[in-house]
Design a protein around this ligand. Structure first.
Ligand SMILES: C[S@@+](CC[C@H](N)C(=O)[O-])C[C@H]1O[C@@H](n2cnc3c(N)ncnc32)[C@H](O)[C@@H]1O
Length: 384
């Protein structure tokens, strides 16, 4: 396996991460850490969302059709106030925008003054902490994770319905399904996994945010439906307007293309409003990259057409009570009758580090610098 290594530090411990290239090349298969759930947004990431044509069309259509005359609440407006300004321009009665990151709040306040004075009010804080005097009848929340619920949206909307929204209020997006199929990352990245050098600071920021190293959620750019080896099933189905948010449950995938398998690819199928168009994030390029969840196998396993991967997905809230941990457990049943156990996980924080083959290949102990450091172990994660 070739590649370069870069050292990163968190809380006094260091680790090396394997890199591949300088910057992510959208047309090539590449890895990105999943960052939205921590949240470690910066100008570059906000710009990526601002430029995400498919995402923005979906939200713009849903907001402009439902905002006229409505009292609107945007949760997580970022610095650009996209959906609050869109609602105000569409004729909303009033708009309140809540944002938790102080820098983003400052920029949003300036923009509100400039673009919609007296029509958009920006409130600083987490939606789950703020109290508002009036309830809204339309809630726009782009808190959709690369696994739909990974940014805690189910919990945030449940709280908003209880305290911040009127009975029967509509939510945008209307529905977010997270789909899954079997893939082989080792075949998609035959030179071995690596994080583009420009993205290493994001890996460090995620470790800083949770206070230690752990098997962080990794996204894969540059892949499409052609990467899938199996049929597709849903891991999550968040129906924000039907009071029915299913997270986890049975997942059955049947191999339809023979070859090696080493994990799952998860991506989104979104709907902005009930009768609106759907967005398949594996079919077009969006800022929601598919997530790769490695099976905890030592090596990829060759599977044949008709072999079945039967999993149970559990989704429990992590220690912060908002962000979910996803766990997968079950078996592969080959057409010849043999069975192979399968487990996998995609957690918000530790404590496991270098447990999966992907993370064991991506991270290594710091380079020894003296005799005492010769057998330096990779620092263990601190559980939250
Ligand atoms: C994915 S960004 C979306 C930004 C913008 N609304 C857009 O669509 O481009 C999510 C934003 O929500 C903020 N955020 C996440 N959870 C929040 C919460 N519960 N309350 C307030 N802000 C939140 C984050 O800081 C971030 O700025």
């Amino acid at each position: 396996m070739d590649g370069m290594w870069e050292t990163l530090q968190t809380g006094g411990s260091s680790v090396r991460v394997r890199t591949a290239g300088l910057v992510p090349r959208p047309e090539r298969v590449h890895l990105w850490p999943s960052v939205g759930e921590y949240p470690v947004y910066d100008a570059f990431l906000y710009h990526a969302m601002l430029a995400d044509r498919h995402r923005n069309e979906l939200f713009r259509d849903a907001v402009t059709r439902q905002a006229p005359g409505a009292a609107v609440l945007e949760i997580g407006c970022g610095p650009d106030l996209l959906w609050s300004l869109c609602a105000a321009d569409a004729g909303a009665d009033r708009v309140v925008a809540v944002e938790s990151l102080p820098d983003s709040v400052r920029e949003a306040e300036e923009l509100a003054l400039e673009r919609a004075p007296g029509r958009v009010r920006v409130v600083a804080g987490l939606s789950t902490d703020v109290t508002l005097t009036d309830r809204a009848d339309l809630c726009v929340a782009e808190l959709v994770g690369c696994i739909g619920g990974s940014e805690g949206m189910a919990r945030v909307i449940e709280d908003a319905r209880r305290r911040l929204l009127r009975p029967g209020a509509r939510v945008v997006p209307h529905r977010v399904r997270t789909l899954a199929a079997a893939v082989c990352l080792a075949d998609l990245m035959p030179r071995g996994p690596g994080v583009p050098e420009a993205l290493v600071p994001y890996v460090e920021s995620v470790f800083d945010a949770v206070g230690g190293f752990f098997d962080l959620r990794m996204c894969v750019g540059g892949v499409g439906h052609e990467a899938l080896r199996s049929t597709v099933d849903a891991v999550e189905d968040l129906r924000f307007n039907d009071g029915d948010c299913r997270q986890g449950g049975p997942l059955r995938l049947t191999v339809k293309r023979p070859g090696r398998v080493d994990g799952l690819l998860l991506w989104l199928d979104l709907q902005g409003r009930a009768d609106g168009a759907r967005l398949d994030t594996l079919a077009v390029r969006t800022s929601w990259l598919p997530v790769y969840v490695p099976f905890l196998w030592a090596e990829p396993v060759a599977l044949g057409v008709g072999d079945v991967i039967d999993l149970r997905v559990t989704c429990d809230l992590s220690a912060d009570g908002v962000h979910p941990d996803y766990r997968f457990a079950g078996e592969v049943r080959r057409t010849g009758g043999q069975r192979v156990d399968v487990t996998a996980e995609s957690l918000y924080a530790g404590p496991e580090f270098r447990r999966s083959p992907l993370h064991a290949a991506l991270f290594a102990a710091p380079e020894p610098t003296g005799p005492a450091a010769a057998a330096a172990p990779v620092a263990a994660a601190r559980p939250r």
